[in-house]
Design a binder for this molecule. Structure first.
Ligand code: ASP
Length: 470
């Protein structure tokens, strides 16, 4: 095997007076008749290239291979604004690897001036712009820092399935029809909640994954159907153990990508205090100056009510809360120790406090989790309060109740939103900018035009019929 002898543009200042091969995109072209100037771009930078007349044929954004000599620029021609400003490439030969037609969108701006529809239709071009390259690369660094911090604390990474049973997570499920069992459906996971708890039963003690989660929610400007969360679970822990572990990991990862923290210890505030002080359970602790400096102000919120009255306008809540009561955060949570008896007896429902902890950052919810009910009687009691008969509870979470009867350790965990934090770290204001291929605000996929119709044959195989529109 022969490796390509391509040199990366960022390396060119170290190769003065050497013959090199560069490959990349024609960022700009200035045609001066006999001389053609090109700025060539690759993932490491941009370099000015001096070519000959025929190179006038190169169109911008074409992908080319240039052969030439790296020359030191004379003192007065040095461009202090770019890392390769001390050199240029004197081209003696070139190959067009892929000719670019005129681009449908401009990519040498920050993109804010364009409509979202057109940017997402051509997302693969939109992502070439400097701003997007920076955010998406930073996302990778941040994920990497989270992963290393967790691995450093003896967590292990485990994947859980994408095709699962409909779960209760407070939103509508996306359903996937089964071809082998027509009329039956899988659900796409709203989160790996149940599987991560089963991994605690399985004895792994410390689990994490970067989990892709799907919720068929009503679309809002800043919410999509899909999101990524750093999902983790730990055994033999209490609330403070999980919060401390998560706080350490988040601080390490934020610092690893150059993020600034308001406080080195995240303040902890109760739900009641937050409502009194800020009128909401998400709040922004930054001063105006800190807002300008893109500081991240984290805080924990604890002691949420476990249950709330069902909102009759919310389909998922109505389905989950048959008694008129539903969970505020997570049905699998444990109440605080003082309220366990109330849960078991179905008493003082309104006052039962959950072990839920939410992580708030700059006015957004950055994560949430809880200590779980690891005994069957506790989980059953929660479902009973929500109006489930024993059979209905069995049907819904019988597999969890059974697992909890074979030696499940006390456990708890959290899910941290990845997209949101990348958005905040990047100083972006839209969640979409933190995701390579986000959906449009109307729920259409970027670039590929889904949802789309499928063939009669596909429907027949699945035993499905589409009802005519009313
Ligand atoms: N499964 C929960 C969620 O996705 C998080 C957790 O409790 O760990 O919101």
């Amino acid at each position: 095997m022969k490796k390509t002898d391509r040199l990366l543009i960022g390396e060119t200042p170290k190769h003065v007076d050497k013959e090199v091969v560069l490959k990349g995109w024609v960022a700009t072209k200035r045609d001066h008749g006999k001389l053609t100037f090109i700025d060539l771009r690759d993932r490491t930078g941009i370099i000015q290239c001096v070519g000959f007349g025929k190179m006038g044929e190169l169109t911008t954004e074409s992908v080319v291979e240039l052969h030439g000599l790296v020359k030191a620029r004379p003192e007065r021609m040095i461009n202090p604004n770019i890392p390769t400003g001390t050199v240029e490439l004197s081209v003696n030969d070139y190959t067009i690897l892929n000719k670019a037609e005129e681009l449908p969108i401009q990519i040498d701006t920050d993109g804010h001036e364009m409509s979202e529809e057109v940017r997402l239709k051509y997302r693969y071009l939109d992502l070439r712009r400097d701003r997007m390259q920076k955010v998406i690369r930073m996302r990778s660094q941040y994920s990497n820092a989270i992963r290393s911090a967790l691995l450093g604390q003896e967590f292990i990474e485990i994947e859980t399935p994408m095709l699962i049973k409909s779960t209760m997570e407070g939103a509508r499920d996306f359903l996937v029809p089964s071809r082998f069992q027509p009329g039956k459906f899988y659900a796409l996971p709203q989160s790996p909640q149940q599987y991560k708890q089963l991994l605690m039963t399985a004895g792994f003690e410390k689990y994490f994954q970067f989990a892709h989660c799907l919720r068929d929610e009503d679309l809002r400007a800043d919410r999509g159907f899909e999101h990524t969360q750093v999902d983790l679970e730990m055994s033999f822990v209490n609330r403070d153990d999980v919060m401390q572990t998560v706080e350490d990991v988040v601080k390490t990862a934020v610092k690893a990508v150059g993020g600034k923290l308001k406080a080195d210890t995240f303040p902890v505030i109760t739900y009641d205090e937050a409502m009194k002080k800020y009128g909401a359970d998400k709040f922004d602790l930054r001063t105006d100056k800190e807002k300008e400096e893109n500081v991240l102000a984290f805080a924990w919120v604890v002691n949420f009510p476990f249950f709330k009255k069902v909102d009759q306008k919310d389909a998922a809540e109505k389905r989950d809360g048959k008694s008129g009561w539903t969970f505020t955060h997570n049905p699998f949570s444990m109440p605080i120790p003082e309220h366990i008896d109330w849960l078991l007896e179905g008493k003082n429902i309104e006052q039962i406090t959950t072990t839920q902890y939410d992580l708030v950052c700059n006015g957004f919810e950055a994560g949430g989790g809880s200590i779980r009910a690891h005994r069957p009687d506790l989980l059953k009691a929660t479902y009973k309060i929500m109006g489930y008969s024993e059979e209905e509870t069995e049907q819904s979470v019988g597999h969890m109740l059974e697992a909890f009867s074979y030696g499940t350790p006390p456990h708890g965990g959290i899910a941290l939103g990845l997209d949101r934090l990348v958005m905040l770290l990047g100083g972006e204001t839209s969640l979409k900018e933190a995701i390579a291929f986000p959906m449009t605000s109307t729920g259409r996929t970027a670039v590929m035009d889904a949802p789309s119709a499928v063939s009669e044959e596909q429907l027949k195989e699945l035993g499905l019929q589409v009802a005519p529109k009313k």
